[in-house]
Design a protein. Structure first.
Length: 329
């Protein structure tokens, strides 16, 4: 699992650019899927026909990034952010564009008392003219912050986009197990989550499953002077009780709780009033859908590099499969 998480975390998929990588991702399911597709909004959808209630596993595959919106005469690029990235995070960071062009972010000299904004930043491609820059990174192209992947000790992983590529790996593994069991299951790699859960909304409307399990990250609170959040790495995945967009239905919560107890898996409980997830848009689809959130405790969510514990991911897969099997239509 560590190797797959590494491979998937290194894919360059800023929100809105999902369709470029999804064909290769979906191709890995040809041995088991009845159908695969990329829908109009860029969601990757994998279906398996079978028995029992229709369960959908949803994990967003996009990540925050930047987009070029102006090229200076001397070849420096101006940009805007996609998702929640702050200017102070970006200074000196390397970027990798969807066409694999690389650059580094610089900052204009400013008075120390002046607030910093993205308008004060630029990307240096190492060229001297607008023509050269446009050839490498035209206006409208997107990029991600190029942070390396690393193993920290025996069980911890650090890297870019672990939120939510680790969730994608978990959802894919759970899908395969349920498909092997002959269950009716759909896997959705949702698009444009970091800009408002747009892909999840349209996918849920089209699929209308009996149960949706959203697999994502949630912030751990086990670091020095961290914000109050009762999630710790290595202590199991978390059952989303609520975030800023959804309160988990009691029926779903009980099934998830019972599934964990049946397996003997330790789980934590996520109460994150400031958080957002695909679950918020999904549960409002048409007359409403039954949705539950299974979260991977993650340090430094919203930062350029996150840290997770692979044991939490492995437990989440078992938990998702058990919960799907316990659900009754």
């Amino acid at each position: 699992m560590k190797n797959i998480i590494k491979q998937w975390s290194e894919m360059v998929i800023p929100a809105g650019s999902e369709a470029a990588h999804l064909p290769s991702v979906l191709a890995t399911f040809k041995d088991i899927a009845d159908s695969t597709e990329i829908d109009r909004l860029g969601n990757g959808i994998v279906r398996k026909n079978g028995v029992g209630p229709h369960v959908a596993l949803v994990a967003h595959i996009d990540e925050p990034g930047i987009m070029v919106n102006h090229i200076e005469e001397n070849g420096f690029l101006r940009f805007l952010t996609i998702g929640s990235l702050e200017a102070k995070q970006l200074i000196g960071q390397h970027v990798r564009f969807t066409n694999q062009t690389r650059g580094i972010i610089g900052c204009e000299m400013k008075d120390a008392n002046t607030s910093l904004s993205v308008d004060d930043l630029y990307i240096d491609l190492g060229v001297d003219s607008a023509e050269e820059a446009y050839h490498l990174a035209p206006i409208g192209i997107s990029a991600v912050l190029d942070v390396p992947f690393a193993e920290l000790g025996e069980h911890r992983l650090s890297g870019r986009a672990l939120d939510n590529r680790a969730g994608c790996v978990a959802a894919a593994d759970a899908f395969r197990q349920l498909a092997d069991e002959g269950r009716q299951v759909t896997l959705v790699f949702s698009a444009q989550s970091v800009v408002g859960a747009r892909g999840a909304k349209t996918a849920a409307f089209a699929l209308q499953p009996d149960l949706v399990l959203v697999i994502d990250s949630a912030p751990a609170g086990d670091m020095p002077k961290a914000k109050r959040m009762d999630l710790r790495l290595g202590h199991g995945p978390a059952l989303k009780i609520m975030d800023g967009t959804v309160i988990t239905p009691l029926r779903v919560k009980n099934v998830l709780q019972d599934a964990a107890e049946t397996l003997g898996i330790n789980i934590q409980h996520e109460v994150w009033p400031g958080g957002q997830s695909d679950a918020g848009q999904i549960h409002l689809s048409q007359a409403g859908l039954m949705v539950g959130g299974l979260s991977i405790p993650t340090r430094y969510t919203g930062q350029l590099s996150q840290v997770i514990d692979v044991r939490d991911v492995e437990s989440l897969v078992k938990w998702a499969v058990a919960a799907a099997n316990q659900w009754k239509a």
